[in-house]
Design a protein around this ligand. Structure first.
Ligand code: 0RQ
Length: 494
């Protein structure tokens, strides 16, 4: 190999204070595992010497403890975008130790290419193989890798022996031209391949290769509990009724599903619904449940940006790679989440809300209006362009102290115009074609936790006139009551 073999520390020496550092991967899948730890150690050393050291960190989506965790703990991040989900980075950005801004995942790569966020100094890319002419076999998540590889001044390769050669052929690397030269992205079904299996980079930019053998280390989800099982069953019941009345065609439509416990339970529910035919997924992340659905023949094909699989499930994929390579495509995030393709394919989208209001606006990101949870991720890319957009969540959180259905959301990520259906363990509110008052009544009747129904009915009655009736004084009373008394049930509108 023509590239120097480096220790993680030697690789970290290429990173300077103020640099913009970017990484491969999407969630923990395909994300670097050792160099960022060494950058964090370097930052801690520099800080101990009284010198500043922070980098801007841009990634495909959330990462892992080695990236967001280590760098946040070392207070080594100046600016961060887009989605993150690590407790340590969440603490830092809510304290403004990190300047965080949230961006739709599909837009991040093009915004970088347009120059919106300045130059890219370093790209750290996990690979299974790199050739002397700069051809790279990538890992289990793509994220923004093609864009950061083309923009970065320096590329550091984490050569991970856990990525088998047989993964070649699963990736589909494609970068659209930028305006005014952009053409359509020629995907007409989830399984269409439009790019190349290997990433080609300028070999002169590769400053070195760091050998590793670390697995993605994805945590298993909690087994579905009664509430998430009921949500899953309600989503399936809704899909089935749409199929029966012919609104979803008999061959079905591609599904997108978010990440997390609720999303996992929904997919498990699909497996248990014999009337729902085998389907394709056009999504950004596949979790263990999708691999089971494929093995059962229920999921025919999945187009995704990352395989966020536990190590055991990843081993199962590697052991049966011919089966899975013909059923999975790994795409860059701007393609897996492309609004153009989502709308063309008629994707049915299923995402999780933190809270929704009685008129159908959804907050996916901010706890009680101000604390960032994770970010909008790809939920906006899919929701806004869906054939049917579904949001689900338990009807209450924190043991009933919080109603997830509120008079007015404390932060808006998805406006009423983009939200078709809300589903909780209580039931289904199909909001399509309803005016705001009708929507409010349907959500209260079908989705609200019994502890909060009377309160919300009272709110609606007291709100008076207008197309979307609100009492501006009382609209955030659920939240202010929670902040003051720790229990939304104590809300008193009078
Ligand atoms: O807190 O962990 O302390 O118990 O929020 O809630 O119900 O376990 O749901 O894990 O699916 O996460 C919206 C955050 C939901 C996620 C969100 C508390 C609750 C719990 C988690 P604990 P659940 P999930 C694909 C698409 C945006 C991005 C997106 C998300 C914790 O789905 O980040 O959709 N979505 N991307 O107790 C205060 C409320 C609450 C609340 C729940 N109203 N107020 N706390 N919680 N509701 C992925 C990518 O883009 C990569």
């Amino acid at each position: 190999m023509v590239y120097p073999i480096l220790t993680p520390q030697e690789a970290a020496d290429f990173v300077k204070n103020g640099d913009t550092v970017t990484t491969s991967g999407f969630t923990a899948a395909g994300t670097p595992k050792v160099v960022t730890e060494a950058i964090a150690a370097k930052a801690e050393y520099e800080h101990s010497q009284g010198r500043p050291f922070k980098v801007n960190l841009f990634t495909g989506a959330s990462t892992n403890d080695h990236v967001d965790g280590a760098l946040a703990r070392a207070n080594a991040i100046a600016m961060r975008s887009p989605y993150q989900s690590h407790g340590d980075s969440r603490k830092r950005l809510n304290a403004h130790d990190i300047n965080y801004f949230d961006v739709h995942l599909s837009e991040m790569s093009q915004k970088l290419r347009y120059g919106t966020f300045g130059p890219v100094n370093v790209a750290i890319i996990e690979a299974g193989r790199v050739t002397d002419n700069g051809e790279i076999l990538l890992g289990s998540g793509l994220g923004m890798t093609p864009t950061i590889a083309s923009m970065a001044d320096k590329i550091i390769i984490e050569l991970n022996e856990e990525i088998p050669e047989t993964m070649e052929g699963i990736h589909d690397i494609y970068t659209p031209l930028d305006p005014p030269y952009r053409r359509e992205i020629p995907i007409y079904k989830a399984s269409d391949r439009i790019g190349t299996p290997l990433l080609k980079v300028d070999p002169k930019k590769i400053v070195g290769v760091v050998p590793t053998k670390a697995k993605d280390g994805v945590h298993a989800f909690a087994p579905a509990d009664e509430t998430t099982k009921l949500i899953g069953a309600n989503v399936c019941q809704f899909l089935l009724s749409e199929l029966r009345r012919g609104f979803i065609p008999p061959e079905f439509l591609p599904l997108q599903s978010g990440v997390g416990n609720v999303a996992n339970a929904v997919l498990a529910g699909l497996a248990d619904s014999p009337e729902i035919p085998a389907f394709d997924m056009y999504t950004e992340v596949i979790q263990d449940s999708v691999i089971s659905l494929m093995a059962q023949g229920k999921c025919r094909f999945a187009s995704t940006c990352g395989m966020t699989l536990t190590d055991d499930t990843m081993a199962q994929v590697h052991a049966n790679i011919d089966f899975f390579r013909s059923r999975i495509i790994l795409r860059p995030g701007e393609i897996s989440n492309s609004p153009e393709v989502v709308r063309r394919l008629g994707v049915i989208t299923m995402n999780t809300a933190l809270e929704a209001d009685i008129f159908g606006n959804v907050n996916s990101t901010h706890v009680v209006g101000s604390k960032m949870m994770n970010g909008i991720g790809g939920s906006g890319d899919f929701t806004r362009n869906a054939y049917i957009s579904i949001f689900s969540c338990p009807s209450s959180a924190k043991g009933g102290l919080i109603s997830t259905i509120v008079p007015m959301v404390s932060h808006v990520d998805h406006s009423e115009h983009s939200v078709d259906v809300i589903i909780t363990e209580q039931g289904i509110a199909d909001l399509r074609g309803l005016d705001p008052l009708q929507r409010a009544n349907r959500i209260i009747d079908n989705c609200v936790n019994p502890d909060y129904k009377d309160l919300l009915r009272f709110y609606l009655k007291m709100s008076g006139a207008g197309h979307t009736p609100h009492s501006l004084k009382a609209a955030l009373s659920f939240h202010t009551t929670f902040v003051e008394h720790g229990d939304m049930r104590k809300t008193n509108f009078s």
